[in-house]
Write a protein that binds this ligand. Structure first.
Ligand code: BTN
Length: 252
């Protein structure tokens, strides 16, 4: 039981100079028995990926690319909100680094971390199956750290800790802080689901009150419920509970 404690997250840590995707490294390792908490970092990725098959901008020397093998002891049906929990972990570390006294980093359901309306980090949570059951969860975090500029198509939407004035930007120590945060959070999530995170999620929810489109529904985001569903009040006045999907915002 001891090795399940949060402190065991990040053992071992495997660091690559360049890799295709740390999520793939973690997935391969999980298939050959890597323990809960094994972590994979790279200086650069050649095929870094985000949700919906998007590429994740992964140049060398700039950002954090981290994937962790998790073997949470929970019902697979309870897994989806884990991405939100990991978003809270990243947001906490970001606030620390930015010296923000109250929740400055926001979580955009289901898997982004934003500051001042720009994306600072993305999460890619994948499952590794074995014989039809979930063998491991691969939690990937891409956090923009030093990046001073982005490719033109990202420039208006992305930001980095550096651009936000973050100090003490050592990627190894950021990774260590994140791993510690994730270790504790996963333990709490196993025990209580979103319970310990729900209040903080509400405070960090950047979509609340915003007009959005998601899963064919247009309406106004109205918070995240205790099971991690996004609540949307549709133009029909009905409240919809959305379990997965990509959110489009419009407006100013
Ligand atoms: C998203 O916003 O769509 C998720 C982006 C996740 C990027 C990280 S970087 C480390 C890990 N390896 C990958 O290939 N993707 C994740």
């Amino acid at each position: 039981e001891l090795e399940r404690l949060g402190a065991s997250i990040g053992r071992p840590v495997v660091v690559a100079r360049i890799t295709a995707s740390t999520n793939d490294d973690a997935r391969r390792a999980a298939a050959s028995g890597a323990p809960h908490g094994a972590a994979f970092l790279a200086d650069a990725q050649t095929r870094g990926r985000g949700r919906s098959g998007h590429a994740w901008h992964s140049p060398p020397g700039e950002n954090l690319y981290l994937s962790v093998v998790l073997r949470p002891r929970i019902d697979p049906r309870a897994l989806p909100p884990l991405a939100l929990v990991l978003g809270v972990c990243v947001a906490r570390v970001v606030d620390e680094v930015l010296g923000a006294s109250r929740a400055r980093a926001g979580v955009k359901w289901p898997n982004d971390v934003l500051v001042d309306g720009k994306k600072l980090a993305g999460l890619l949570v994948e499952t590794a199956l074995r014989g039809g059951t979930i063998d491991a969860v691969i939690a990937g975090v891409g956090l923009n750290v030093h990046a001073a500029s982005f490719p033109a198509e990202l420039a208006s939407r992305a930001t980095s800790l550096h651009a936000l004035g973050g100090a003490g930007l050592d990627r190894s120590s950021l990774a260590a802080r994140l791993l510690a945060e994730i270790g504790h959070a996963v333990r709490s999530f196993e025990a209580d689901g979103l319970g310990a995170f729900h209040g903080e999620l509400q405070r960090r929810d950047v979509l609340r009150g915003v007009p959005i489109d998601v899963s064919g529904i247009s309406g106004t985001a109205a918070g995240i419920d205790h099971e991690g569903y996004l609540l949307v009040i549709g133009s029909d006045g009905e409240t919809h509970r959305i379990g997965s999907g990509s959110v489009t915002t419009h407006g100013p």
